[in-house]
Each structure stands twice: as structure tokens, then as C-alpha cells.
Ligand binder design. Structure first.
Ligand SMILES: Nc1ncnc2c1ncn2[C@@H]1O[C@H](COP(=O)(O)OP(=O)(O)OP(=O)(O)O)[C@@H](O)[C@H]1O
Ligand SMILES: [Mg+2]
Length: 436
């Protein structure tokens, strides 16, 4: 076996990897910069290159490009602690063999190297790396990188994809990314919230209605499947569709034909269907509440987005990104302190990314002294939670609002009064009365 090339600027990771691979019997050249990597690749071809993505001004994608130019059969394994849909996509397009999230375990890396060695399959023409746009989808945990990999593999196909995850985990966002990286990207993406449309209206919403089909149908109405022709439809909350309508959906998925309500004939449409749910469809199938045949049909490819509490490593990335966004939007300069970040990471996030996003927006607006520390985070979170316990009277609602704002301002009464739109004196009076 010829030598492997390892490109990694972090000396600790480089040494660990090289030592490990050598113990496994590989001969390894190791370099610390993209430039050195490109020089080595000028001198000789390597069958396998393992490269970090973010090294210096140039990236692992340049290494990928050079290695594959040198030898189109070269298997390039990219590693990153900051994976995004865009980098995975660029890596896939550039012909990377695999994409490994850091920190990785060494056995996993060995397994990847062995697979690369075994396959060394011939690959098609490489495409140059593209400018990396800012990412919409944040998260570089191993779980998210797996999702990017599946999504980028399935995006260019017309396969139906079932996206499963708790509320606020980013199901719709994943669906949008799949659409954006498909050949349908310039065509419409239409999400349909199946849970919020009355069962009787869902059929005409999706398939359309002809004039005169029922009283009140005074004109032809185009359904979503037709309006989204050549594009993508997301059937959101698919678990909430009634059993008898599930049959119609199944038929549609098989035939790709629509028959508007009141129409005699059907017509062909070209739409890709993605579906999302926060329910356990398998369980619903077992209980007879979801048709098994439809489930099979939807479940061709499944993407499961884990809850945020199971990938806490993504919390800092998300928190920072949201803070930047809201600082810019509200022209603030709020800083997130260590203790604040720690409090965010310790929380369980029942509302997942959406909840984190809302919290960061609130904090950007309300943080006392433009600093978010641990107490501020915990205060704001307890307010968010208390919202789930409905209040009864107007007086109670007022008291609760006062407590919320006070917690969010870290007890700063002038600021609280300002936010509440009352005089400071009035606030003091109300606080007197509130004392138990
Ligand atoms: N990984 C992520 N990076 C950046 N933003 C995210 C991420 N995941 C979710 N979001 C944001 O969180 C919010 C909720 O995401 P989305 O609507 O996709 O969730 P969902 O799974 O469809 O939730 P629900 O089940 O409640 O409909 C959106 O504003 C979305 O942009
Ligand atoms: Mg959704």
C-alpha cells in the first residue's frame, strides 16, 4: 500500500491520527497546511487523503480538488468540527469519499479508511469547489453531519423523504435544504400544514376544485399539487391526516395524478413530495391510526432529527448565530458571557431550536447591561416555562407580566417600567400590592 496523506493543522489531532494509523500498519505523510498539502500532491499521488476542512485561508476543499485532479480515483476523507450543509454538499460534489464530524473516534476513522481502501472505485469528473454561501442550517454535531450527508445524497433524486423530529428541531428547514439542493430549486417549494386544514378542505386544497363542484365553488381553484408543478411539496404534520384521506394520498404518490374535486378526469403532475411529522408513525401504524401502505411509501428515505438536548454541542453554535442575527436586526451589541452559555447548554430545550431562537431574540432585546449571564438565561427560561401554565384573572396576568419583565431585566425596575410602558412609581405601587 502506498502512503496516506494527512492534512491537519491541529498538532494534537495530527499526531494522534498519524500515530494511530501507523500502529495500524499504514505509512503516513502528515502536513499542517493546505500549501504543504498541495506541494505534496504535486510531487506524488496518494490513494487516500485525510484532510481537515478549515485549515488556513484555503480549505480542505482545495486539497480535495488538487488530490482528485492528480488522481481521480483518490479517496479523500474530509474532517470538520464545523460541518454545514454547504460544505457537505461541496464535498459531495467535489467527489469526497466521506465526511467525518470531529471529534471522531479512531475506530470510526479506521473503518472509513478501510472502506476507502477497499472501494477506490472509479468516480466521475470532479467539479470545482464553489463559493460557500452563508449557512442557513446550523449545527456540526455528528448527528447533524449525518443528516447533511443523507440530505445531500437524496436531494438530487426525486425520492420521497420522511423527516421526523420533535417540534422545533428543524424539519421544515431540512425539507427546504433538500429542495434547494435539488434540480427543482428554481421551482416552487410549497409547505402544507395538514394539521391546520380541516379534513374536508384538505382534498380541495391539495387536488383543487372545479367550479360548481359544491355550493360556493364559484370558480376553478388550483390545488397545491398543481401549483407546485415541477417543484416540491412538503406535507407537514402528515401524522394528522385522516385515515380515509390517506388512501387518496397514497394513490397520488403512486400515480402522480390529480383529480380536482368535481372533475371527471385526472391529469398528470410532476411534484416531489417530502413529508414531516413529530409523531411516531410506526406506533400509529401498529394502533391502526396510520395506513401501513402509506407509511411504507413515505418511508423510502427517513431523516430523523434528534432533539437539541441530545446534541448539546450544537447549542453554542446556534446561540451565537442567533445572537449575531438579532444584534444586527435590533442594532444591539449584546454579549453572551461564559456563564450564560453554560446555562444554555444545561437546559433541556423541550421546544428545541425554535425555543432557543426565541430565547435569544428576547434576550437580545431585554438583556440588562447588554450582557447575558447565567442568571439572565435561567430567569428568561423560567418565564418561558411559566407561560405554559395559563393564568386566570386579569390581575394575575398583570402580575405575571411584571414578574417576567423584571426577571428579564435582572430586577432593574426603571428598565422594567420602561418596557411595561408605566411610570416607575406605578410599578413600585403594583409591586407593593403583589407581595404575598
Ligand atoms: N439547525 C438549525 N439551524 C438554524 N436554524 C434552525 C435549525 N433548526 C431549526 N431552526 C430554526 O428553528 C425554527 C423551527 O424550525 P422548523 O420550523 O424547521 O422546525 P419543525 O421541526 O418544522 O417544527 P414543528 O414540528 O414545530 O413544525 C425555524 O425558525 C428554523 O429556521
Ligand atoms: Mg414544521
Amino acid at each position: 500500500m502506498e502512503k496516506l496523506l494527512v492534512v491537519e493543522d491541529d498538532p494534537a489531532v495530527r499526531t494522534t491520527l498519524v500515530t494511530f494509523l501507523e500502529l495500524e500498519g499504514y505509512a503516513v505523510d502528515a502536513v499542517a497546511s493546505t500549501e504543504e498539502a498541495l506541494e505534496r500532491l504535486e510531487l506524488s499521488a496518494y490513494p487516500i487523503v485525510i484532510s481537515d476542512i478549515y485549515i488556513d485561508q484555503r480549505t480542505g476543499l482545495d486539497v480535495l480538488d488538487a488530490a482528485r485532479r492528480r488522481d481521480p480515483r483518490c479517496a479523500v476523507i474530509l474532517m470538520t468540527a464545523r460541518g454545514t450543509m454547504e460544505t457537505v454538499m461541496a464535498a459531495t460534489r467535489g467527489g469526497a469519499f466521506d465526511y467525518v464530524a470531529k471529534p471522531f473516534d479512531l475506530d470510526r476513522m479506521l473503518e472509513t479508511v478501510q472502506r476507502a481502501q477497499a472501494s477506490r472505485a472509479e468516480e466521475e469528473e470532479e467539479a470545482g469547489p464553489e463559493d460557500l454561501p452563508e449557512t442557513e442550517m446550523i449545527g456540526s454535531s455528528a448527528a447533524m453531519v449525518e443528516i447533511y450527508k443523507t440530505a445531500s445524497r437524496v436531494a438530487p433524486t426525486d425520492a420521497t423523504v420522511l423527516i421526523v423530529g420533535e417540534t422545533g428541531t428543524g424539519k421544515e428547514l431540512v425539507a427546504r435544504m433538500i429542495h434547494r439542493f435539488s434540480s427543482r430549486a428554481s421551482q416552487p417549494f410549497v409547505p402544507v400544514d395538514c394539521a391546520s386544514i380541516a379534513p374536508t378542505l384538505l382534498e380541495s386544497e391539495l387536488f383543487g376544485t372545479l367550479k360548481g363542484a359544491y355550493t360556493g365553488a364559484d370558480r376553478d381553484r388550483m390545488g397545491v399539487f398543481e401549483a407546485a408543478n415541477r417543484g416540491t411539496v412538503l406535507l407537514d404534520e402528515i401524522g394528522d391526516v385522516e385515515l380515509n384521506f390517506q388512501v387518496k394520498l397514497l394513490r397520488f404518490l403512486q400515480e402522480r395524478e390529480i383529480r380536482p374535486v368535481g372533475a371527471a378526469r385526472s391529469k398528470q403532475v410532476d411534484v416531489r413530495v417530502l413529508a414531516a411529522t413529530n409523531r411516531d408513525l410506526q406506533k400509529m401504524v401498529d394502533e391502526g391510526r396510520f395506513r401501513e401502505d402509506l407509511w411504507f411509501r413515505l418511508n423510502v428515505v427517513r431523516i430523523v432529527i434528534p432533539p437539541l438536548r441530545d446534541r448539546r454541542g450544537d447549542v453554542p453554535l446556534l446561540a451565537r448565530a442567533f445572537l449575531n442575527k438579532y444584534n444586527a436586526r435590533y442594532q444591539r451589541d449584546v454579549r453572551l458571557l461564559e456563564t450564560g452559555m453554560k446555562a444554555l447548554q444545561e437546559y433541556t430545550w423541550p421546544g428545541n431550536v425554535r425555543q432557543l431562537q426565541h430565547l435569544m431574540e428576547r434576550l437580545t432585546i431585554l438583556a440588562p447591561n447588554d450582557r447575558i449571564d447565567g442568571d439572565t438565561v435561567r430567569g428568561a427560561l423560567s418565564i418561558m416555562e411559566s407561560r405554559e401554565h395559563p393564568v386566570e384573572t386579569l390581575a394575575e396576568a398583570e402580575e405575571e407580566q411584571i414578574r417576567r419583565v423584571l426577571a428579564a431585566t435582572g430586577g432593574n425596575k426603571s428598565r422594567a417600567a420602561q418596557i411595561l410602558g408605566i411610570e416607575r412609581k406605578t410599578l413600585y405601587r403594583k409591586l407593593e400590592r403583589m407581595k404575598p
